[in-house]
Design a protein around this ligand. Structure first.
Ligand SMILES: Cc1cc2nc3c(=O)[nH]c(=O)nc-3n(C[C@H](O)[C@H](O)[C@H](O)COP(=O)(O)OP(=O)(O)OC[C@H]3O[C@@H](n4cnc5c(N)ncnc54)[C@H](O)[C@@H]3O)c2cc1C
Length: 458
């Protein structure tokens, strides 16, 4: 059969949702039933929940980057690039390829899973000075940056500069921020043994959040346990506090404190990918409004899910509840959306997404953890076993499982050598640089391009 006559399914984004969707399409669709294309800037699926362990050096970057090409049923065409706009009327997705060529990719069915980017606010200096924790490059950069601060503090004789280099601020008391602060504090605590000129008492980690509690999803008792673990480790937790302004060498908190520091890590939530804004479709708090079947109302053949979409949470009793932006939901939505795409192709009935949350696991490094699987509150080693067991079993390939397990064992036995690679020493490493939030077309640019039949450009 001529490939041109086959329906074209375009999946945008190779994260938890996109990869699960593609894998199921590959398994369930006959080869001549449809062509599947995946638009992705990277050739791997990033296992984001383990990113704090990459930043702290417990895992190597490669172990959480799962190859997209390792699959027995692999037959998807991978288009290496990022979607920068989607014209839902013309059914065209505009893609900037990794060699900077802009191409139009027509489709019959599109599955939008571009995930989310770090949410920022209009705080002076924030985007210029804060680091994010959403990409592999950011995690690797932060690790190098933190070790750089130790190296520079060790080499310098100015007590003021030394103190500033040894203070670190993490904003965001959700699981991403809490795990990041906890894992990096362990890194500096262990690394300082190798720096005899540094007084360990000068190292200070701050974790702040505007909310009154850390990780409210954990419930009050478990949240307090997590806070207690952090306090015991010397992390200064400040709740009801945010950032007033950020500078290159100091951060001002909203409670008036001015903290001299060269390290501000911003993990205060996420917003849907800016790609969603190019569609001109309805959104719910920035996420694309979709039905429980993950279709976009009023647009045939358009599906969206994961962090980028507001998928109704039918397992909750409250009306208007949407699924939280978690990997747990994204993976399961990915499988369900593949079934619904196939049902649409075959003229069958679509089914809604329903999943009851399984709970939360929070790895604070070493033997410290809190977990709430299926509502059961766990602390310490049992919580850590559940946290690591859960992530390990959720890794998609056996090679990734082996790499992660080997890294954990190696780290437990041999520790870390705190090597500063210097690969990215001349990059600013700040939010905009790694998350490319300004790469998208405006709706007007998109219309002009598609109506003008631009085809390919650089
Ligand atoms: C530090 C951290 C810890 C976390 N811990 C947990 C946890 O313990 N448990 C949990 O359930 N969840 C956790 N999460 C949340 C979870 O990772 C996300 O909810 C999940 O990744 C969402 O899946 P997704 O497929 O929607 O997006 P992602 O997995 O982020 O995938 C989006 C993909 O789209 C690609 N992309 C982006 N823009 C474009 C574009 N324009 N064109 C093409 N491709 C694009 C990206 O490169 C990426 O591959 C954590 C998140 C972070 C940051």
């Amino acid at each position: 059969m001529n490939t041109v006559t086959r329906p074209r399914i375009l999946v945008v984004g190779a994260g938890f949702a996109g990869v699960e969707c593609v894998r199921r399409l590959e398994r369930k669709l006959a080869p001549d039933e449809a062509d599947v294309t995946l638009v992705t800037p990277f050739s791997y699926q990033l296992y984001l929940p383990l990113l704090p362990q990459v930043a702290s050096g417990v895992l190597t970057p490669q172990s959480v980057a799962l190859s997209l090409r390792r699959s027995k049923k692999y037959r998807t065409r991978i288009l290496p690039g990022a979607a920068i706009g989607v014209d839902l009327k013309a059914k065209v997705c505009v893609v900037r390829t990794i060699n900077d060529t802009v191409v139009d990719e027509p489709y019959d069915y599109i599955v939008l899973t571009p995930g989310s980017v770090t949410r920022t606010f209009d705080i002076p200096g924030l985007t210029e000075h804060a680091f994010g924790m959403k990409t592999l490059a950011e995690a690797a950069y932060i690790r190098d940056h933190v070790i750089t601060q130790l190296d520079l503090a060790d080499a310098c004789d100015d007590p003021v500069e030394r103190a500033a280099r040894l203070q670190f601020v993490v904003v965001g008391g959700g699981y991403a921020g809490t795990e990041t602060a906890a894992c990096l504090q362990r890194l500096t605590h262990a690394a300082v043994q190798r720096y005899p000129r540094i007084d360990p008492g000068l190292i200070k980690w701050h974790l702040i959040d505007i909310a009154p509690r850390l990780m409210p999803e954990l419930g009050e008792k478990l949240g307090r346990s997590a806070q207690e673990i952090l306090r015991r480790r010397g992390i200064d937790v400040s709740l009801g506090v945010s950032i007033e302004k950020a500078g290159a060498e100091e951060v001002t908190f909203t409670d008036g404190r001015v903290v001299p520091t060269h390290t501000l890590i911003w993990t205060a939530g996420v917003v849907a990918s800016p790609l969603i804004g190019t569609l001109g479709a309805e959104t719910v708090r920035g996420r694309l409004a979709v039905t429980a079947e993950m279709t976009v109302p009023g647009h045939d053949g358009v599906f969206a899910l994961g962090d980028a979409a507001a998928v109704p949470d039918l397992a909750k009793d409250e009306s208007g509840a949407v699924c939280p932006p978690t990997a747990q939901h994204a993976m399961r939505q990915g499988k369900k959306v593949a079934e619904n795409v196939i049902a649409t192709l075959r003229g069958e009935t679509l089914t809604p997404y329903v999943h009851r949350d399984l709970g939360l696991v929070v790895d604070l490094g070493g033997k410290d953890a809190v977990s709430k699987p299926l509502g059961v509150e766990l602390r310490g080693v049992p919580a850590q076993a559940v946290a690591r067991g859960y992530h390990w079993s959720a890794l998609r390939t056996n090679v990734a499982k082996t790499r992660v397990m080997t890294n954990w064992l190696l780290n437990a036995v041999g520790g870390d050598d705190f090597v500063r690679t210097g690969f990215q020493a001349h990059r600013s490493g700040r939010l905009k640089e790694f998350e490319h939030t300004d790469a998208y077309l405006t709706p007007e640019e998109l219309r002009a391009r598609v109506e003008g039949g631009a085809g390919e450009s650089s």
